[in-house]
Structures are given as C-alpha cells and as structure tokens.
Write a protein that binds this ligand. Structure first.
Ligand SMILES: Nc1ncnc2c1ncn2[C@@H]1O[C@H](COP(=O)(O)OP(=O)(O)OP(=O)(O)O)[C@@H](O)[C@H]1O
Ligand SMILES: [Mg+2]
Length: 490
C-alpha cells in the first residue's frame, strides 16, 4: 500500500508524542513513589537536623517551628526525654500531659527501633518504615538522639505519600492524553503545511514527465524547498525550449525528406518521360530509314514521303532536345536574361508575321486588340518564345469556330498579353498541372500534333525568371492564356 509522505510524517510524529507520553507515564508510575519517599527521607533527616539545632530542652520555645514542620511537611514530631518520657508530641496538644506515659506507648515506632534508639549516640539517627497498629497505617519513622541527649521521633504517613503519587500519576495521565490530542492536531497541521509544497512539486514533476510544461511552482520561500522549486521551474523552461526546438528540427527534417522524395520521384518521372518522348521519333526514323533503304528503287513520291517523315521526326526530336536544354538551363538557374526595352504591338506584329501563312492555311480568324503603343522591359527573345508557345497551343486546340484573339492591356505598370482561342475548356483541376513538364490533358489529342508537354513549363520558367505573373482561364467557348511583362519607365 502506498502511504503518502504527509501520512508518514503525521504518523511518525504522532507516534513519537505517544511514545514519550507513555514513557513518562511509566517512569512516573514506577519511580515517582520511590523518588517521593527518597525526598521524604531527606526531608525527615533535614527536619531532624533543624530541630536538633533549634531545640534547647524546652519544646514550648520552638512550638512555632515545630508546628510549621508539622503543617507544611506533614511530619508527626515526638520528643522524648532520656528516660523515655514524652516531652512533646504533635498529637500531644490534644491530650492532657498526665497521659504522657500512655502516649509514649502509642508512639509509632517498631520495637527494634525502640531498642536501637537506646544505643544511639548523640547526633546519630535511624530510619525505617513503621506500622501504626492502632491506625493500621504505615509510617516512615526516624529516630535520633539529639545533641542534648533527648530523643526525637519523626514520622510521616506513607499512605499520604502513595496517595500523593497516585494523584500525580492520574493528573499526568490526563495531561498526557491532552498532550496527545493537541499534539496530534498540531502535528497534522504541521505535516500538512510542511508537505504541501513537496506534494505540489511532485505533481509538477509528474506533469513534466508527461511533457506538460505549463505548470510552474509558485516560489514563496528561500529555503531548500523554494530553491528546489526554482530549479524545477528553470528545468521545465529549458526542457520546454529544448523539446520545442527538437520538434521544430524534426518537422524541418521531415519536410526535407519529403521534398527529397518528391524531387527524386520527379527526376525519375522526368527521365522516363524523356526516354518515352524520344523513343517514338527514333523508332519512326529507324523504321522509315530502313523502309527507304529497301524501297530505294521505288517511285520518287514514296521516297519523298519517307524522307518527309524522317525529317519531321528529326525536327520533333530537335525541338524536344531544345526544350529540354531550355528547361534544364532555366531550372538550374543558368538562364541569363538579356533585357531590353521594346514596343509591344511591333513585337506582336513581328511574331504574328510568321504565323499568318498558317492562319490563312487553316482558315483561322485572328483578332488583335491593342490599346496604344506600350513599351516594355524584358528579354525579347524569351518573351517571343512564350508568345510562340501560346500561339502554337492555340492553333493545336482551336475548334471549328477558329477564332484566335490577342489582347494587350496595361495596369499597375504591368502589360498583360493574352491569347484566346475558341475551343474546349481545360478541366479546372488541370489548370495548375499544365505548367509542369510533360503534363498533357488529353494525351491522344496531343499525339496528333506531336506535343511533348514541355512548352508551358518552358513558359513558366521564363516568366518566373522575369518575376512576372502568368496563367490560364476558361472563357465562354474557349481558353485564354496570359502573361505579364514589366512596363518600361519612360
Ligand atoms: N490553348 C489550349 N487549349 C486547350 N488545352 C491546352 C491549350 N494549351 C495547352 N493545353 C493543354 O496543356 C498541355 C500542355 O501544354 P504544353 O504546351 O506544355 O505541351 P504541348 O503543347 O502538349 O507540347 P509542346 O511541348 O509541343 O508544347 C497540352 O498538352 C494541352 O493538353
Ligand atoms: Mg505547347
């Protein structure tokens, strides 16, 4: 069974009180009587000496002193002449002198003491317990020969002594019980007060072991308990700090590991995507080259077809490798922008120049909305690459309405160029993903125009290098891609 410190302290101290009270009680009951008799003996001897000093033969002359001894020390005094005549007796005053002889016979002195008394020299005394046959009580009796040759007999009742010690013992029992009760209450209060801070510290330490550091010890004293409280408080603070730092470091570590894992996964995906994208054109080139070799004698038209396919696929590979190089340059941070100031509408016109034949061939209607002449600041070659990617995508995903609209707006020192094409919307959850490498919304459709899914990631890299925004939104009956470029300070 677990006994608390408070209970143990209470029981221990109460036990000590009970032990000492009981011990004193035993001592009292065993030795108080003897001690008292010892004291009485000494008192008889002292009284005898005193009487011997004062007494000169006439008891009357020291009546006051004798009465004083009788009253205050409870001593019965008798003085006998050398021929055993009773000259004075405490009870004597109550009776007539004629009864002197009889009274002597009543002297409470055992016969052996009577005998010895005769032989006592001056100044000598004997002492013993005598029994009064008349009263049937015990006496402590002292018989002495006084300096003038007379004899002195003193006695004091032992019954009175016993009664006195019994009263003292009873009183001590009462005070002992009172001491135990009051002492118990005092010990209880003390144990409570003394152990309260220790129990509180124990609670706090237990909370700390459960990693709860919010509870603090209210330090109120400068003693050892107060110092312990202070140490526990500072330990709690330091542990709290260390553990939160550890948690933080652990969190960062977890994030790092997670990022590493993601990067690793991305790298693997990238490599598998690249090899996949390269495999198709290589297989085609290989196949058509072999076909060309076998059918070298066939008609020119089919030879030209074979060559066209090979050239086409080689071109696709070329574009792929170029995009990959661009991407790796951008992602490794080696992309060096050569920024210049140029006018937007002229720039757009210049790019569109290259597209007009395609638009015409495909029957695409082109709208260009250009506010005014705007000058921007950026790497014109890279921005052209962005616009070309948007336009190529627009051509590849245009629907039967065949509308492409280019719009230039200016707001907050940013010039926004947007390319809209009529067509099917991009699913909302893909709007973010199309900017990552090799992501294609509709793989089958992308295959028809030979897309690799790298165009928009190159766009993203270029615009992020410019610290400019970009995005894609679904519009009514079409899709709008946009990018921003810094307006040049005029
Ligand atoms: N204007 C658009 N309308 C609808 N979907 C589009 C449009 N532009 C891009 N997409 C989708 O986004 C995907 C990613 O485009 P991205 O330009 O990166 O690659 P791609 O055009 O397929 O190949 P390439 O590397 O040749 O550009 C496309 O595969 C297509 O699914
Ligand atoms: Mg593209």
């Amino acid at each position: 069974m677990k006994i608390s410190l408070r209970t143990r302290l209470f029981l221990g101290m109460s036990g000590l009180i009970v032990f000492f009270v009981a011990f004193s009680l035993v001592l009292n009951s065993q030795f108080l009587g003897r001690y008292y008799i010892g004291q009485k003996r000494a008192s008889l001897v002292e009284s005898a000496k005193m009487i011997d000093n004062l007494y000169k033969g006439d008891p009357e002359s020291i009546a006051l002193e004798l009465e004083n001894l009788e009253r205050n020390r409870g001593i019965n005094i008798s003085i006998l002449s050398p021929d055993y005549e009773l000259k004075y007796n405490t009870s004597f005053r109550l009776f007539s002198l004629e009864h002197g002889r009889k009274l002597f016979e009543l002297l409470p002195l055992p016969p052996h003491m009577m005998m010895e008394l005769q032989d006592l020299d001056i100044g000598e005394y004997i002492m013993d317990v005598a029994t009064d046959p008349r009263l049937k009580t015990n006496f402590l009796a002292l018989a002495a020969r006084l300096s003038n040759g007379e004899m002195l007999v003193l006695n004091t009742p032992i019954a009175a002594i016993n009664e006195g010690t019994a009263i003292a013992n009873r009183f001590f029992l009462f005070t002992g019980l009172l001491t135990i009760v009051l002492g118990g209450i005092a010990v209880f209060l003390f144990a409570n007060r003394f152990t309260k801070p220790i129990l509180e510290l124990n609670d706090i330490a237990q909370e700390m072991s459960k990693l709860n550091f919010s509870r603090k010890y209210p330090v109120q004293s400068e003693d050892e308990v107060g110092q312990l409280g202070q140490s526990i408080n500072s330990l709690s603070d330091q542990l709290d700090k260390a553990i939160s730092e550890l948690k933080e470091a652990n969190e960062i570590l977890k994030e790092d590991i997670e990022r590493e894992r993601r990067i690793d996964k991305m790298r693997k995906e990238f490599i598998s995507n690249v090899s996949h994208e390269l495999k198709t054109p290589i297989a085609l080139i290989q196949g058509y080259a072999e076909g060309l070799k076998l059918n070298v004698n066939e008609d020119e038209e089919s030879r030209n077809f074979y060559c066209d396919v090979i050239m086409d696929e080689a071109d696709k590979m070329n574009r792929l490798v170029k995009d990959l190089l661009d991407l790796s340059q951008i992602e490794s941070g080696y992309l060096k922008l050569e920024k210049t100031v140029f006018e937007v509408s002229a720039f757009i016109e210049h790019v569109l120049e290259k597209f007009r034949p395609i638009f015409a061939e495909k029957g695409i209607r082109l709208d260009v909305k250009n506010e005014k002449s705007l000058f921007v600041y950026g790497d014109v070659v890279r921005i052209e690459q962005v616009l070309i990617n948007y336009l190529n995508n627009a051509i590849n995903h245009i629907d039967e309405s065949k509308i492409i609209r280019i719009e230039v707006t200016c707001r907050n020192n940013k010039v926004r160029v947007s390319v809209y094409n009529s067509g099917n919307p991009i699913p909302e959850d893909s709007l973010d993903k199309i900017w990552t490498s090799f992501y294609k919304v509709d793989k089958a459709r992308t295959r028809t125009y030979g897309g690799t899914g790298l165009g928009l990631s190159v766009v993203r890299g270029i615009l992020e290098a410019h610290h400019n925004a970009y995005g894609a939104e679904n519009k009514d009956d079409g899709v709008l891609f946009w990018f921003e470029i810094d307006e040049a300070e005029c």
